[in-house]
Design a binder for this molecule. Structure first.
Ligand SMILES: Cc1ncc(COP(=O)(O)O)c(C=O)c1O
Length: 406
């Protein structure tokens, strides 16, 4: 099958391309034109190596410095606590492997959650092969951790507690401030994968008690292939070893010539996210709530995840008896001229898997029901008319698929 690569996201701009209603913003977001504009000069006009000491290099260095400040400002950190990486996955690997290696003299136990992103889970599984013991805490059916269980599970030999802030599949927000407090009380470090929260809701590393934080540009209208790790230096000077060795860039923690356009893009994306957070939240929440209300009118539908303790841009809905893969295909391959609707049934990183979502299984859904669920994730470019159309199409397709199965 030939895969088409040209799509028109904005209704009406390129009538020759199929139009797309993009409701998969937790998988990735388009680069904001203002971010792209900021990045472009660093590909060609000023392509200098930020480590070069000539004037050309210094200009690139200055651009990186500004971006580091923009990232630090968004999360309430100091610039020397920000390490640029190739994305959240690398930041997570650097954090977990780094803490494990640096603190193994204190203990070899790591505590995390069964519904984390695969970047955390797979890194923890790898650490098990290196002699570390990992506890994967279960969540309650609403996706939230049981606070008492967390408390009881942190041991004297626990060196790291790693709990994501916002779940990428359900939007469930964990009470990380309280969990960080528990971790610190028992002498463990607290790390949080904040890939889905940074830039969407206020995240302040000091208020939340985070020692290590991971984030990524492409979830907040920045480019792919760039992210950051925050490693606390104030109050507690955390020292971890590098994963990638070489020229000693990024305070020796991440060698390799800096991706200046990417870093500049991440910085600009952070600046815009901070400026426009409240405005984006209001309009996105309204659209999410509207679609959710409309879809819940379909018989045999339900929401996965706590109704309130959930990010405003996501809804994960179950459609009893409807195979999610068939619904995704139906919405993205319409017979008529109507736009393609892009949604997903799990993390984009595990999309190739035919296993049910580990997040939904972790929330005690049966395998059968887990295969009935779709994630709709909205973004700042979503439009109400698109949501109206999506609601109508999803209702039609759901009924069609149910009739077909009978
Ligand atoms: C919660 C979470 N953590 C980590 C990642 C990995 O991010 P990246 O693509 O920057 O490696 C993602 C992206 O899917 C995510 O949603």
């Amino acid at each position: 099958m030939e895969i088409q690569t040209n799509y028109s996201i904005v209704t009406g701009t390129e009538p020759s391309f199929p139009e797309v209603i993009y409701l998969d913003n937790n998988a990735t977001t388009p680069v904001d034109p203002r971010v792209l504009k900021t990045m472009l000069p660093y590909f060609s006009e000023n392509f200098a190596n930020a480590a070069s000491t000539h004037r050309f290099g210094l200009a690139a260095h200055e651009a990186v410095k500004k971006a580091r400040q923009q990232v630090a400002d968004l999360i309430g950190a100091d610039t020397h606590e920000i390490i640029f990486t190739s994305g959240a996955t690398e930041a997570i690997n650097l954090a977990i492997k780094g803490v494990a290696e640096a603190y193994s003299h204190k203990g070899t136990h790591i505590l995390t959650v069964s519904t984390e992103h695969s970047a955390v889970l797979d890194t923890c599984r790898y650490m098990e092969t290196k002699g570390f013991e990992v506890t994967y805490l279960p969540v309650q059916p609403d996706g939230l951790l049981d606070f008492e269980l967390v408390k009881a599970s942190i041991r004297p030999d626990t060196i790291l507690v790693s709990v994501m802030h916002v779940n990428n599949e359900t939007g469930v927000i964990q009470p990380i401030q309280e969990i960080a407090y528990l971790a610190h009380e028992k002498g463990a470090l607290f790390m949080s994968d904040c890939t889905q929260s940074v830039g969407k809701i206020p995240v302040n590393v000091d208020n939340l008690g985070i020692d290590l934080l991971c984030c990524s540009a492409h979830k907040i209208y920045g480019p792919k292939g760039i992210g950051a790790l925050f490693v606390r230096q104030r109050k507690n000077r955390i020292k971890i070893p590098a994963l990638i060795h070489g020229g000693g860039h990024e305070r020796g923690l991440r060698s390799g010539t800096l991706n200046v356009p990417g870093i500049v893009g991440l910085g600009k994306a952070c600046e815009l996210a901070q400026l426009e957070m409240a405005e984006n939240e209001k309009k996105i929440r309204e659209m999410r709530d509207y679609l959710e209300t409309e879809l819940l009118k379909i018989e045999g539908t339900w929401i996965n995840g706590h109704r309130e303790k959930r990010l405003y841009n996501v809804t994960n809905i179950g459609f009893e008896g409807v195979d999610s893969e068939a619904l995704i295909m139906g919405l993205s391959n319409p017979e008529d001229d109507s736009p393609i609707i892009t949604v997903s049934n799990g993390s984009a990183c595990t999309a190739a898997s035919i296993e049910p979502s580990h997040v939904l299984i972790g929330m005690k859904l049966t395998e059968y029901r887990a295969f009935n669920c779709i994630r709709f994730s909205f973004g700042k470019n979503s439009k109400q008319n698109e949501i109206n159309l999506s609601s109508k199409k999803i209702k039609e397709k759901t009924i069609g698929l149910r009739n077909f199965n009978q």
